[in-house]
Design a protein around this ligand. Sequence first.
Ligand SMILES: [Zn+2]
Length: 168
Amino acid sequence: MEHQMVKIYAKKILLLFQTEVDQSNYYICSKKSGSVNAKVYMVERNEHGKTFDRHQLLTYYVGNDFIFCSCRTFDFEGYPCRHMVSYFKKIQVLLLPEKYILRRWTKNAKVGVCGDTSTGIFDGGSSSTSLMSWHGMLAHKSSLLVDDVALTDACTTFLIGEFESLHV
Ligand SMILES: [Zn+2]
C-alpha cells in the first residue's frame, strides 16, 4: 500500500500517510459487533502485548461499501488513518481502494476553476493554501449538516440522493 501510494500521493501527504502505515503496525483491529448493515471493529494500540485504554471504533457500512473511523482523520484530513490501515491489513486488502484516495492529494491535483475566489473569502496564499481552506470549510459545513441529517432515515436518504446528483 505504501509502495502504491509513492506513485500517487503528492509528497506532503505521502509523508503523513507513511506515518499512519508505520503506526498501524502497533494496532490491532478486532471485530466488536455487527449487523446486516454495519460491522463495527475496535482498533486499539498494542505494544509488547499491552493494550491501551484509548481505542477507536471503525464501522464498515455494507450498503455504501465504505468505512468510517471515529478518529475522523479521513473526514477532516482526507487520508486514511492508522486505524483504517490496520483494518485493511486485517481483511487483507493490500492496495488502498480508489474511493479512499482523494484526488486533491494526488500528484496530478490542481486547483480547478470551480469556485469564486473574487469574494475575498479565500484571499492570499498559494493554490494549495486555498485548496486547504476550501476543504476545511466544506468539511466543517458538511459535518454539521450530516450530524443533523443522520438523525432520521428519510433525511439521510434525501441527502444521499442530493450528494449523488451533485457529484457525478
Ligand atoms: Zn482512525
